[in-house]
Write a protein that binds this ligand. Structure first.
Ligand SMILES: C[S@@+](CC[C@H](N)C(=O)[O-])C[C@H]1O[C@@H](n2cnc3c(N)ncnc32)[C@H](O)[C@@H]1O
Length: 274
């Protein structure tokens, strides 16, 4: 994929996500949760809202987040997933997102969470690119870095982002991502990447090698292709049955088909700082 410049690519991503906060379509598709990610279906009847909450709960569980953990969420969106982790597990959290509107919403939600859910909530949010983190973040160290559907924007700069993460993690600390990875080649896959402003898409083996180059060792994860397919299909179904004016309908159909056709896979990837 080629963009006129990396700055333009980043601006386009920022613009898309800032605009998404003004769209009621996104709220409808994620059940008003504030999450913007792929769902995990514990049962066939899970709603879209339940499924995205399940996914974050799985990320927290599988990477063994604990009350003493200090979590950094890179590409945190509106901060709700990482704040839900803080509420359920009792840990402290920091979130960074490119889209200023996401961070405004995260800060508003943090106030509400303190009033309604957890008076002692320890959360900080920063509007910044994960390629250019503020000192308030780089001066800290973390037990976990999570990236829930936000790493794929960085595959062409993988050593840069992984070396940053490696420096931010404490010894034995964990990187946990939910991410798409290449398993084939096709025009549809290229189209998906273009629609997502992705300059590259690594295979799992390439990701494992990049992790190792940066002092991080892959130690497991989970193939979530079935959940990715269901998540896309459920969104398509909702758009059609509720007649939602959603321009992303072809996008959801495309992402369902490229995973079904084994051109792309969706995985939890976990790596430990060596
Ligand atoms: C699919 S959303 C996921 C949001 C959130 N993790 C969630 O689960 O709801 C991807 C997010 O990555 C953010 N993002 C993309 N590129 C970024 C970058 N360079 N630095 C920080 N955030 C970035 C976007 O602004 C967007 O909020």
């Amino acid at each position: 994929m080629s963009f006129s410049s990396e700055e333009d690519r980043i601006e386009s991503i920022k613009d898309r996500w800032n605009k998404s906060t003004k769209s009621s379509v996104f709220d409808a598709l994620f059940g008003g949760t504030g999450y913007r990610t792929v769902g995990y279906y514990e049962t066939e009847s899970d709603s879209l809202a339940q499924s995205v909450r399940n996914m974050t709960a799985l990320v927290a569980e599988i990477s063994q987040m604990k009350s003493a953990s200090h979590i950094l969420d890179l590409g945190c969106g509106q901060g709700i997933p990482v704040m839900d982790i803080a509420v359920h597990i009792g840990c402290s959290v920091v979130g960074v997102d490119l889209a200023e509107c996401h961070i405004e919403n995260a800060n508003k939600s943090a106030e509400l969470y303190k009033k309604e859910k957890k008076p002692d909530l320890k959360s900080e949010f920063y509007a910044a690119s994960y390629f250019d983190l503020p000192e308030a973040v780089t001066s800290q160290t973390f037990t976990h870095v999570m990236m829930q559907t936000s790493m794929f924007y960085a595959h062409h700069r993988i050593d840069e982002i992984l070396s940053t993460i490696s420096k931010l993690l404490r010894p034995g600390g964990v990187l946990v991502t939910t991410d798409v990875l290449r398993t084939g080649e096709s025009a549809d896959l290229n189209k998906f990447m273009e629609m997502n402003f992705m300059s590259a898409l690594l295979t799992l083996d390439e990701m494992k090698a990049a992790l190792l180059r940066n002092g991080l060792e892959y130690y497991g994860g989970e193939n979530l292709d079935d959940h990715f397919i269901k998540s896309a299909a459920k969104k398509t179904e909702k758009i059609v049955t509720e007649n939602i004016p959603c321009p992303s309908l072809p996008f959801f159909k495309l992402q369902e088909s490229i995973v079904k056709n084994k051109e792309m896979t969706f995985q939890i990837v976990m790596a430990k700082k060596i």
